[in-house]
Design a protein. Structure first.
Length: 145
């Protein structure tokens, strides 16, 4: 994030404020806080309760358009949920979308048949799903290099 800010590029934070009191992301629960690596103040803070950052408050699309921003770089948690959904909507809305794959994080998950699917596989599948259709999948070094 330091490089991004050194370029004076806008930074948007998105927080998932779950309405479900049993969710780790419940709006008043400890899992709702940003991790320590998220520092400084954002240019915009979006609060959402669904996967896409474009379905939150304030309206991300309206803010981007109002600021004249045509490119979006996506990073965060989780790769195959909120990040992927946001990238799909971003691409559908016509933004040039960069999905910074090594700046996202996923977790191992169980498939419907009980098979453990490693986070690395989920990340690879997400990159495959997005690249050249909804976004350009890049690595941090591509962006800051």
């Amino acid at each position: 994030m330091g490089y991004w800010r050194s370029q004076e590029w806008p930074v948007v934070f998105v927080r998932h404020d779950s309405d479900n009191p049993t969710s780790p992301l419940f709006r008043s629960g400890p899992g709702n806080r940003f991790q320590d690596v998220i520092t400084g103040s954002p240019d915009l803070l979006v609060r959402k309760s669904v996967n896409s950052s474009f379905h939150g408050t304030p309206d991300l699309r309206a803010w981007l358009v109002g600021e004249g921003i045509e490119q979006v770089a996506i990073c965060g948690i989780t790769t195959n949920h909120c990040c992927e959904t946001t990238a799909r909507v971003s691409g559908n809305l016509g933004f040039e979308t960069f999905f910074v794959i090594d700046a996202t994080h996923s977790f191992d998950r169980r498939s419907p048949d009980g098979e453990l699917v490693p986070a690395a596989v989920l990340s690879s599948v997400t990159a495959t799903n997005l690249h050249c259709e909804f976004a350009t999948v890049v690595r941090t070094a591509d962006v800051v290099g």
